[in-house]
Design a protein. Sequence first.
Length: 606
Amino acid sequence: MSEQFSAGRVATIFLTVVGSITPFVSTHPGLAGRGNIVSKAEAVSKKYDFIVVGGGTAGLTVADRLTEDPKTTVLVVEHGYFYDANDPNDLRTSRNYNMTSLPIPSLGGKTVPIVVGHCVGGSSAINGQGVHRSTRRDYGTWAELGGPGSTWNWDGLLPSFKKAVNLQEPDPAYAKYFNITYDIPSAWGQYESSRVLATFSPQFGDNRKTMYNALKRVPGIEVPKDISAGTTGLGWYPITMEPEVPYNRSYSRTGHWDGLNRPNYDIMVGMRVNKVLFNGNKASAVRFVPKEGGAPMTVAARKEIILSAGALHTPQILMLSGIGPEKIIREAGLQVKYDLPGVGQNLQDHPTGPLILFEYGNPPPDKPSPFPLDIFRGQGLQASLSLPVVAPDRFEAIARKYASQDISKYLPSSIHPNVLAGQRAIQKILSREMLGKDIPILNYLVGGPPQAIPIQWKITSRGFVTLNTSNPESDPVVDLRSLSNPVDIDLMIALTRFFRTHFARDLAEWNATEVQPGTNVTTDAQLEEVIKSQYNPVAGHHFVGTTAKMPKQLGGVVDEELFVHGVKGLRVADAGIMPLLPGAATQFTVYSIGEKAAALIKEKWS
């Protein structure tokens, strides 16, 4: 039997919750005119057309776009609270979830902190602000995994990318001095309705130009007009920043909540969603409780419910609602609504390797920049490189090794056949793309000194997120399973060797010599030891893949329109739908997912 409810049966929110919201609004008077912060039971006793679970990067994007139609009503339910991302004195730890991974066997059993946004605006309120986009070929793999007719490729996503961020062009003199080039027709939008702003960070010195010129000497490297126009290579990227308010962060809250003043757009904060309710097979309501304590509440959705709680919490909500791996749901003492084994599987993140540090014997001139510096912002210059460019003498062997693996040996022994089939499909695609120059494997955020920490854009190991079966509503269990596939070590060794070669060769005129890891570290075995001692499996905190957009028979969780397999009226719109990590920081892609999701919803209900 599916759980039913009465639209009018809404419990009272306890005064503790109202008390936690009211003082915050009174001390931040600007919030009073920025939308409807719902804090009383009678305000949510009505039905909404749509309920969005999660007021983060994608969730607020969806809610904003849907409420552009004044006849459409939306409620956003957010677990965190409002947090001023531009107030240096507002450093509450509550803006992050306080979570820790399970011990990682390959790293000696160490655990790592799990950082994701826990406030209105989500991770866009706390991240490094980089506006990165991967290549045409990379996004094409998503469509390949989706099946014939998929629109989740470059051409299908580009309109959403253009709508997601409004590029503010830099000062022409500044752009000329640093050779910052960009291609607005090919890569960017400047829509007035797009209030998430991006521009190029004013914090570069002449030492950055030295590194830029050195990278141009790398054999095979491309220097496109715009690094965001679909190719690998060397180039400048913008950050989410409001240029008219010096160095203020532009993020999902400022772009999709502040100043909208729409009577059809409500948000509740400090609420923990613990279940999606169904009328038959259709999602019809959400149940949530004040996280500070209080009675549960139930609110109805006339049309759809959209889960945008992120790649770690959306799977938890699905499983709490009875959708996911049947065995886990039963072990947690819950009723199975629909057995969907891919929920929580395929977890990926961008790891980093060891510090590679050189020093100049004859330092290049470092003239003071004629432009004001902001040392607190993102790097702005990146080299996003393919494996043949990074490891011309190793890439074929690495790709062959990965392609020939029995991938099941490097996945959990309990893996469902559907999920295994999906991992084999991913293995086939990724091993093929390792041989080409159109998908980035390495990211180098270029600083001034000759040093680097390799960022690995593609990984072969897979983790998972699941319920704590003894306490299902507590934090989800995150098992990263980092380096469980040995190909990831091979890749990181190749990336580390690339930097050692690059610095020694392309900075030779400045007599650059290695300091770390040190010239005594020569063999792959020695490098592996160094890598494992400094490996950060969640350096990007770019968690993806746990509600993958793939067919169910490949372990997928959502279809091409982001509907959850097996039920109706329930979509997912967050980083979890990415079947493969993009060769880019995920913020920009998550915004585009929100834009595309909103367009799909509007198309259905127009």
